[in-house]
Design a protein around this ligand. Structure first.
Ligand code: URA
Ligand code: ZN
Length: 367
């Protein structure tokens, strides 16, 4: 039997979370503007500018964001056998300590129940109550380990508020290692809007999505590397969104900058450290959501073809044409084509990237 195709980067806003966003009037929120009947999802402060026409604010949010039957229809349409769903950004990052713990339980149970409806076709990465602190996160990780369809956690780059090099994250990493659950690291915040210049409004979402997102991820994981997270947590596994942002391309420069840094040397930090190439090959998994053969090759070179995993980023990047035409999504076709081009003539390696690696690394056999 052919290896199944597995999508490891595919999002959902569980119904409980949609309810929560609809009840809010501050970012993030969902609302219908007077001039437009489609509900819109506003997830970033820069999307909330009242001078922006409502049709350009945030993005329209339809059932493909929360109705799991739509996810299955999308999978069937694109030949995807299994999806590992994750809550989309901004997860629970904006909830206060007192709200976050209960919300995590509700949202994670909601997602696990979605998986239960389609046994063996859906698995998930759970969400952590980051603002409730390390102990609450540790408790939720242990609870997730007992939920049938959970295979890891999705984390934003902010961690508990101070980033992923925050010493408070240490016990979270230890718990994840012990539970053998990987972190799916995904961007949300991008870069400060000033970097995009005064004409940014003319360019839609292109700059924040194509550059802000990947650079945010690159900075977050680089901070983990330079702070020694992977020297202390040898068994921690990170699945990096969008093929690691720009990490595969910049890894050499990063390693060189570390080796030439007088401050790190003085602190003795160059003595017992793992180099970036070792971390990339032992702790990092990369998704193949990179839309080109060049990107796929860089990912293979950095982490190995046995650590690269197909993804779609559904329900983001739908065709701009009328969605009712049921056409194949260009964003998905481009990622398939990139993988097929790189692994042309090597069905085994191509099949591993399309699904075999995910089955093995995320332990996706149904129990
Ligand atoms: N835009 C988002 O906000 N999240 C994604 O995952 C992709 C695009
Ligand atoms: Zn995504």
């Amino acid at each position: 039997m052919a290896t199944p195709i597995v999508d490891v980067h595919t999002h959902v806003y569980p119904p409980k979370y949609v309810e929560l966003l609809k009840s809010r009037s501050e970012v993030p929120y969902i609302r219908t503007f007077d001039s437009d009947l489609t509900a819109r999802l506003i997830i970033l402060p820069r999307e909330d500018d009242p001078s922006t026409p409502s049709t350009a604010r945030g993005r329209p949010i339809g059932p493909e964001y929360f109705d799991i039957a739509k996810k299955i229809a999308f999978m069937d349409q694109h030949g995807i056998d299994i999806s590992v769903i994750s809550q989309a950004n901004p997860w629970l990052d904006f909830l206060s300590a007192s709200e976050a713990t209960d919300a995590a339980v509700e949202v994670n149970d909601d997602i696990n129940n979605m998986c239960e409806k389609y046994p063996g076709r859906l698995f998930a990465f759970g969400t952590l109550p980051v603002k409730a602190g390390a102990e609450a996160c540790v408790r939720e990780i242990k609870r997730l380990k007992g939920l049938k369809w959970m295979r890891g956690v999705v984390l934003g780059t902010g961690g508990m508020g101070q980033g992923l090099d925050d010493p408070k994250m240490e016990c979270v990493y230890t718990t994840l290692e012990e539970a053998e659950l990987p972190v799916f690291l995904h961007p949300h915040y991008g870069l400060p809007s000033e970097v995009y210049g005064p004409r940014a409004g003319e360019y839609g979402h292109v700059l924040p999505l194509s550059l802000g997102f990947p650079i945010e991820t690159t900075i977050a994981v680089t901070r983990m590397i330079v702070s020694g997270v992977f020297d202390r947590h040898l068994a921690l596994t990170l699945l990096l969104a969008h093929s690691g942002g720009t990490l595969p391309f910049l890894a050499g420069r990063l390693e060189s900058c570390i080796l030439h840094d007088a401050h790190l040397k003085k602190l003795g930090k160059l003595e017992k450290r793992r180099d970036i190439w070792d971390i990339l090959k032992k702790n990092i998994l990369l998704d193949a959501v990179v839309y080109s053969g060049v990107g796929v090759r860089a990912a293979v070179e950095a982490s190995g073809e046995d650590r690269l995993l197909f993804g779609t980023d559904h329900p983001f990047f739908p065709p701009l044409e009328d969605e009712d035409t049921h056409q194949e999504w260009l964003s998905v076709a481009t990622n398939y084509a990139a993988i097929n081009k790189v692994f042309e003539g090597d069905k085994e390696k191509g099949g591993a990237v399309l699904g075999g690696n995910a089955l093995r690394l995320l332990k996706l056999q149904a129990e």
